[in-house]
Design a binder for this molecule. Sequence first.
Ligand code: ATP
Ligand code: MG
Length: 254
Amino acid sequence: MLHRPTVQGVAGATRPRRIVVLNPKGGSGKTTLATNIAAYLARIGGNPALIDYDPQGSAMHWLAVRPESAPLIHGVAAYQRRMNITRSFQLRVPPDCGYVVVDSPAGYDAAQLRELTRDADKVVMPVLPSRFDIHAASRAIADLLLVAKLDRTRGQLGVVANRTRRNTKVFDTLMRFLGSLDIPVVTILRDAQVYVRASEQGLGIYDLKPYEFATELPAWQSLTGFVTRGAGALDTSAGGDDARVRVNAFEYDR
Ligand SMILES: Nc1ncnc2c1ncn2[C@@H]1O[C@H](COP(=O)(O)OP(=O)(O)OP(=O)(O)O)[C@@H](O)[C@H]1O
Ligand SMILES: [Mg+2]
């Protein structure tokens, strides 16, 4: 079954739904989220393209080692600047793509931020529980609203708390910070070796056997719901140390 959520563009033309994973802080989990989202979309018949804007080329490397038996993901190395063809030709994706997933570099200027977020239907920002990452995230969110002119009322932006460990002070600090923002926290992902194991093989967790990622599945359902439909925000409004954070169908007990 094909899953094609194409978006009506100007002049009635349709285009794939564009999901941009972004955070200027290095190592926050952008490539992990982008590749896992692409792997999920490939598995549901969304025919995704993964566009890598990071000169490190990690997402393209992941695709290069992806087994042929895994559902197909198209790759576009946007970090390569090719002189002999136009930029838009270089960035084209197959016409039957339902989704475009963008993996971004760490660090970008205002012009790059605008290029990355142009036509974005969803922007996903992974944030790690560390003081430096929390500080950087608040600036990055301000840039998204002021420079990229993301409209927070349209529910485009979702934050993902990544590599969390329960019952740590810094996790509580992160959740308090996220709770203080008027930006939905889409989900909370654990620090888990399954992501590392999968990525080494060019796989996402959804490509593994169900029992191998069962623990991560509820958290991922919130994220996949957000990128495919727009639902799935956590309620962090309670804040504080004793808050329980609700994630749609399950509860992440702090
Ligand atoms: N939830 C997680 N649990 C365990 N390891 C994780 C998780 N998320 C990411 N990692 C690991 O953290 C490291 C950094 O993640 P990743 O490469 O996705 O970050 P990034 O934001 O793309 O980095 P860069 O800015 O360098 O592109 C990787 O080794 C990855 O496997
Ligand atoms: Mg990366």
